[in-house]
Design a protein around this ligand. Structure first.
Ligand code: SF4
Length: 238
């Protein structure tokens, strides 16, 4: 599977380029909370909520001490604000007891599986969210699997799995060193711009020669070159 992933990655990079990364990386907590905010909404709305929360409460300790209603007010643009505010409070309560500084440096010494176990114990934090912390903050070579990554990888054919979590574990240890961020980000672009759920635009797809999807659509399609905003590459610290 590693060779196939390398091939897919190469073709995607030729089309979309190699996405830029932030340096220094954001803190684990910032990525975790950014990802909680991004559930069931788009990156623009979740970024608005993240920005508003950080402006109102510059340090995560301030959010930990805030009332739920104060957090809800700042994150409304992300939708499901009651549920997300509760999840954020629960995460902050747990980590402020473990590490009052809330920088979570102790996670850096743990292996990826232990971090996945620790983070997924919270209601509202699934494998995808925990994997985003691994990739975007802790620089681990893992590929979080959202709806786009799940759909595209199962169509292209390095995997054949029933849900995103299974796809994540199928590819987890098969990603060649150093490519997880570009592989993940470019698969999301592929899914958003070309390999859409209802009607993929196979005629303009860089993977059409190697893709194993049975229901390809070769109707003429317009090439889309817009680069959509990616939340987790824009998470900032205050
Ligand atoms: S060839 Fe078609 S189905 Fe396959 S990845 Fe490209 S757009 Fe998706």
């Amino acid at each position: 599977m590693k060779r196939r992933i390398l091939k897919i990655n190469k073709l995607l990079a030729e089309r979309f380029g190699i996405p830029e990364r932030q340096f220094p990386r954001p803190s684990p907590l910032s990525i975790l909370i950014g990802t909680i905010l991004s559930q069931n909404t788009n990156d623009t709305n979740s970024f608005k909520a993240y920005s508003s929360l950080r402006k109102k409460f510059p340090h995560w300790n301030h959010v930990a001490e805030a009332r739920l209603s104060e957090i809800e007010k700042e994150i409304k643009s992300a939708g499901l604000w009651k549920q997300k505010a509760k999840a954020i409070k629960a995460v902050l309560k747990f980590f402020s007891e473990k590490d009052p500084s809330l920088n979570l440096d102790y996670l850096k010494d743990k292996d990826s599986d232990a971090i996945l176990d620790e983070l997924t114990q919270f209601k509202g934090v699934g494998v995808k969210t925990a994997a985003c912390v691994l990739l975007f903050s802790l620089d681990r070579n893992v590929c979080p699997v959202d709806t786009h990554v799940f759909r595209t990888l199962n169509r292209i054919g390095p995997v054949d799995s029933a849900n995103p979590e299974k796809t994540f574990y199928e590819i987890k240890d098969k990603i060649p060193d150093g490519i997880a961020h570009q592989f993940h980000t470019n698969l999301i672009r592929l899914g958003r711009e070309i390999c859409k759920s209802q009607k993929p635009s196979c005629s303009i797809c860089p993977l059409k020669k190697i893709c194993k999807f049975d229901n390809k659509n070769f109707e003429e399609s317009k090439s889309i070159t817009s680069k959509e905003f990616m939340l987790l590459d824009n998470i900032f610290e205050v």
